[in-house]
Ligand binder design. Sequence first.
Ligand code: 2U9
Length: 357
Amino acid sequence: MDDLRTKYLEAIAGAGDESALEDLRLQAVGKKGEVSLKMRELGKMTPEERQVMGPKLNALKDEINSALSAKKSALADAALDERLRTEWLDVTLPSRPRRQGTIHPVSQVTEEVTTIFADMGFAVAEGPQVEDDWYNFDALNIPAEHPTRTEMDTFYMHKAEGDDRPPHVLRTHTSPVQIRAMQEQGAPIRVIAPGRVYRADYDQTHTPMFHQIEGLAIDRDISMANLKWCLEEFCRAFFEVDKVELRFRASHFPFTEPSAEVDLRCSWEGGTLKVGEGDDWMEILGSGMVHPHVLRSGGIDPDQWQGFAFGIGIDRLAMLKYGIPDLRAFFDSDLRWLRHYGFASLDVPSLAGGLSR
Ligand code: 2U9
């Protein structure tokens, strides 16, 4: 028994790592280990012998187990000491670059507007940005001689000699998307079409590419009253106010009849926009009841169905909400500019900016 004790205590003391220690544990006190086998022999001994050998073997087992765990801690301490001695951190190193990207105000506003109309049951529709002139103009009751169809206003795609396809344009509004949606789905239908549109214009309030979101709702008895409710709900949600007041001004668009431009009651106290109060009116969108010719273009019978449509300029909406003064800033913007308007990297989008409620 003393031999066994010496053998294992010395081996444990000399073990170089945890796996050597585990081997020794199995050899000594594992199920088939030497000490365990000796304990099994107790059964064959006389009671007197067992009374002497039993406690001795138990004490040996405890001693070996204690030595194993003490050695295990010692090995772990030594490993940590070695790491502390050899590994080090240069706290003077520059930090790793963090991603600086941030959502653009136009993308954020597009998402906000889309979500509000989606909550009212409008499905999102998308379509090509290069359209043939039937979808962009004729289907929308814009006649061949209309001034918007000239190259002064519209970007025409180059046509090779012998190409007999109809003229193609960069879409001037997202309305062709709704024509396609009507053709595909028929009535009743409720869709919104967000996206890029193009017009040959460039000054402080116009850029050759800008963003629109247009809505269309067709059913048996949809009226301007439904349109008004829908737009009021939209303004309440978008500008986050309880009270909004809209004013419908008679207007003219080829694709709607009657047509109305919609103004929102507001004030501009101290250069800050306040929605729902004050004596000012701010134009925010155009709208109307869809013209029968347009319904027919979409394959819908105007004697059976009617509905409203509206169009909103996203860029202007973003400028209003975030107090951005010049539309052109969207196109030569940099990170400092985005930060200034509360679009700092990794920030949760907020309403901070020019708007106060
Ligand atoms: C279909 C039928 C009718 C969409 C409409 C307007 C009035 C409008 C402007 C707002 C600001 C364009 O971006 S903007 O300059 N839009 O005034 N848009 S009604 O009418 C439609 C659309 C699709 C099938």
